[in-house]
Design a protein around this ligand. Structure first.
Ligand code: TYD
Length: 205
C-alpha cells in the first residue's frame, strides 16, 4: 500500500504523517515514511540544488527534470523495495506535486509532465492520496514564521493559489484515490479525519 500526502506550503503534512505512522505502527503494520524531494543520499543532494536560495537562475525545465531525477532514485532505492516486502509506504509529496507546482503553478502542459513522471517512476502511482488543503497565504505565513523559507516558497502568492486550485481539480477528477482534508483546523481534528478516511478506504475494503 502506497499513501501520499500533498498540499500547499505549511499545510502540516509532516506532523500528520508522523501521527498516522505512529498509529499504524501501533496496529502492527510495517510503515516506511519518506519525503520528496529527498529520501535517499542522491535525492538529498538533488534537493539541496533545488532548494538553494542562490539558484535564482534555475530554469523551470531544469527544475522539472531535477524533481524527476530525485524521484526516480527514491522509487527504485526505497519505495519499490519496501512495497515489495509488504510494507506500507507514506510519502510526504510525490508526483502530484510536480503536476500541481510545475503544471498548474508554472503552466507547463500536464500531459508532458505526466509522460516525464511515468518515465521517472516506472509507472508507480499511489493507492491513496491525502490533500491537506489550506489557504496558501496562511500556510506561507506559518512557514516564514518558523524560518523554513526556501527558493520555491519565494514564488508569488498567485503561483501558490494556482497550485492549490490545481490540487483541488486533481482531487475532483480522481475521487477514488484522493481524500481532501481541511487542514486549517487543529492537528487533532485533521488527524481524526485522516484516520477515519484510512479506515473507510483501506481497512473496510
Ligand atoms: P519543502 O520545504 O519540503 O516543503 P513542504 O514542507 O511544503 O513539502 O519543499 C518542497 C518544495 O518543493 C515545495 O515548495 C513543493 C516543491 N515541489 C515541486 O515544486 N515539485 C515537486 O515535484 C515536488 C516533489 C516538490
Amino acid at each position: 500500500m502506497f499513501i501520499t500526502f500533498e498540499g500547499p506550503e505549511g499545510s502540516g503534512k509532516t506532523t500528520q504523517i508522523r501521527l498516522l505512522a505512529e498509529f499504524l505502527r501501533a496496529r502492527g503494520n510495517e510503515v516506511l515514511t519518506t519525503r520528496e524531494p529527498g529520501g535517499t543520499e542522491i535525492s538529498d543532494q538533488i534537493r539541496a540544488v533545488l532548494m538553494n536560495l542562490r539558484n535564482t537562475a534555475m530554469h523551470p525545465r531544469t527544475e522539472i527534470l531535477l524533481f524527476q531525477a530525485a524521484r526516480a532514485q527514491l522509487v527504485e532505492q526505497v519505495i519499490r523495495p519496501a512495497l515489495n516486502r509488504g510494507a506500507l509506504v507514506i510519502s510526504d509529496r510525490y508526483a502530484d506535486s510536480t503536476l500541481a507546482y510545475q503544471g498548474y503553478g508554472h503552466g507547463y502542459p500536464l500531459e508532458e509532465l505526466r509522460r516525464l513522471i511515468a518515465f521517472a517512476t516506472g509507472g508507480l502511482t499511489p493507492d491513496l492520496t491525502f490533500l491537506l488543503d489550506v489557504d496558501p497565504a496562511r500556510g506561507l505565513e506559518r512557514k516564514q514564521r518558523k524560518g523554513e523559507w526556501n527558493r520555491l516558497d519565494a514564488y508569488d502568492l498567485g503561483f501558490h493559489q494556482r497550485v492549490r486550485a490545481g490540487y483541488l481539480e486533481m482531487a475532483q477528477a480522481e475521487p477514488h484515490r484522493w481524500v481532501v482534508v481541511d487542514a486549517s483546523r487543529t492537528i487533532e481534528d485533521v488527524q481524526e479525519d485522516i484516520r477515519r478516511a484510512f479506515h473507510q478506504r483501506v481497512l473496510s475494503r
